[in-house]
Write a protein that binds this ligand. Structure first.
Ligand code: PEP
Length: 249
């Protein structure tokens, strides 16, 4: 764990105005953030360049929330991985459960997007996780392994991927996984990585937890040996995000 830089991402989802976003970036630039933590925020596509400009000179970088794998063309409404690259946006979130569920992205779609993003030299926050029904059927590890294998079929180099384990039942529900529940799945993911990608890749792979992370539960989660950071939704829109970044401090 010591060798892996702690990573905290803020997924702003489809929230914020130009005005509220400005005050949020001010909070971030004025806060004292643990310098050992890599911090990335993901505003809506429309706000990406503005937020990037506002965060210039700070240690916080930006991520898109999604991207399309084709470089350009007749794909109305989409933003491509190449456009992110062109705009110097370093990160993209792919496979978020809201994309998978509400916008019907399959494991294969997510894998294709991941491969395309890496080909543009972007870094990827790859989201995986089981539904409540799948957990209750004891399918959790099978589901995350299936989601990861789809990506591994198309991607050999995992050095620019951060895996975000986000149990769907914990996202936006206020129902956080216990640190034992999260650690158990994170350990299973690292075991998968070791077997599929090799021990060196597995040791370096950052596996972050997402799902109702808050100031009050982040410290205990952060202590787990295979939890290398967080992907934060709701709380990333509040000053509380700073406390989550500083969970290890
Ligand atoms: C997310 O959307 O990635 C997320 C974890 O949301 P929340 O923190 O609100 O549960």
């Amino acid at each position: 764990k010591m060798a892996r830089t702690f990573f905290v991402g803020g997924n702003w989802k489809m929230n914020g105005s130009l005005e509220s976003t400005k005050s949020l970036t001010q909070t971030l630039t004025q806060a004292k953030l643990d310098s050992n933590v890599e911090v990335v925020v993901a505003p809506p596509a429309l706000h990406l360049l503005t937020v990037q400009e506002q965060l210039k000179g700070s240690s916080v970088s930006v991520s898109a929330q999604n991207a399309f794998h084709k470089a350009s063309g007749a794909f109305t409404g989409e933003v491509s991985v190449s456009m992110l690259k062109d705009a110097s946006i370093p990160w993209v979130i792919l496979g978020h459960s809201e994309r998978r569920t509400l916008f019907h992205e399959s494991d294969a779609n997510v894998a294709e997007k991941t491969a395309a993003a890496l080909a543009e030299n972007l870094s990827v926050i790859l989201c995986i996780g089981e539904t409540l029904e799948q957990r209750e059927a004891n399918e959790t590890v099978n589901v995350v392994v299936r989601q990861l294998n789809a990506v591994a079929d198309q991607v050999k180099d995992w050095s620019k991927i951060v895996v975000a384990y986000e149990p769907v039942w914990a996202i936006g529900t206020g129902k956080v996984a216990t640190s034992e529940q999260a650690q158990e799945v994170h350990a299973a993911i690292r075991k998968w990585a070791s077997e599929k990608l090799g021990k060196d890749t597995a040791d370096k792979l950052r596996i972050i937890y997402g799902g109702s992370v808050a100031g009050k539960n982040c410290k205990e989660l952060a202590q787990q040996p295979d939890i290398d950071g967080f992907l934060v939704g709701g709380a990333s829109l509040k000053p509380e995000f700073v406390d989550i970044v500083n969970a290890n401090a």
